[in-house]
Design a protein around this ligand. Sequence first.
Ligand code: CP
Ligand code: NVA
Length: 310
Amino acid sequence: MKHFINIKDISSKNLKKIILDAKRRKIRRKNLNTLDADADSPLKGKLLIQMFEKSSLRTRISFYIAIKQLEGGALTLRTDELHLTKGGESLADTAKVISTFGDAFMIRTDSDKKLEIFKKYMTIPIINGLSPSSHPTQVLSDIFTIEEIKKKPITNLKICWIGDARNNVINSLVEASVKFSFKLNIGCPKKFQPKKNIIMWAKKNYGKIKVFDNCNKAAKNCDVIFTDKVISMNDKVDKVKKLKEFKNFKVTTKVMNHAKKDAIFLHCLPRGSEVSEEVFLGKHSKVWQQALNRIYVQKSILLYCFEKLR
Ligand code: CP
Ligand code: NVA
C-alpha cells in the first residue's frame, strides 16, 4: 500500500509510471462509455471513501469516475454530516473506522496537520485531494495534459507560473519540476515569492527554478503558461488588498505573446480575475482538456496506491 500526499515524497520513477499508465489507459478507452470499466477491472470491488472539508467540482467528480472505471465504487462524505471532532469523536477514531470500511481514502482538507493525523491512524492508502500546502493530483494530471498536447516529455519544455507563488498548486509544481527535471519560471510580486523552505529543497535537489517580479520576463520563450486564483480557499487575507497587489500579474494576450508562438495556457480552475477572458477562452487555452484529464491520472494514482501499476 502507498500514500499519495506530496509529490516530493514519491520517486521520479513512480511518478513517470503513473503518467505512462494513464496514457495507456486513456487510449484503450476510446470506445467506452463514461462508467464502463476498463477491460482488466483492476480495482473490482474496492471502495474509495472521499471526504471534502472544502468545495470541489473537478476533484470530486474525477475521483468518482476514476474508481468506477477501475470497477470499484465511491462513497463521498461531507464533513458537516460526520461527528468528526464534534461530540468527542476524535480524528484518530474517524481514521480507524474509515480504514475498516473502505479500501482507500481521498481527503481534501483545510489542515496539513489533519492529513498527518489521518496518515498516522489509517491502514489504507491516503490521497491528498488538496491541502493548504499541496495539490499533488492536480499537478501530476497537468503534466499528463502538457505531454499529451506537446507530444514530448515535459523535461524538454519550459514552464511558466504567473501569480501567487505561495499557494498549494505552485508548491506541488515546484516539487514536480524537480522530479521531472523541467525548467520553471515564476512571475509574481516580491511579497508573494515561493516559500523559502520549498526553494531551498528545490535548490538542494538541482531544481531549475527562476523567480521574476515581472510576468512578461517570466513568460519569455515558455511552452506553457499556468496561473491560479489570487485568493485560494485557505487564504485568510485582506482580499481587496491582495487582489490589488496582483494587478500587474494577470495573464493577458500581451503576456502570452512573450511565450512561444505555440504556447498553451492552463488553469486548474476555478478561475478569478488572474486571467483575461480573451486568453481563457482563446486558442492557446486547454483548460477543458486539462480538467477532463483529471479522471485518467486519478485512476493511475489509485493504482499506484494499491500497488497495481504495471
Ligand atoms: N482544480 C480543482 O481541484 O478543482 P475543484 O476544486 O473543483 O476540485
Ligand atoms: N489554489 C486554489 C486551488 C483550487 C483548486 C485553492 O486552494 O483554492
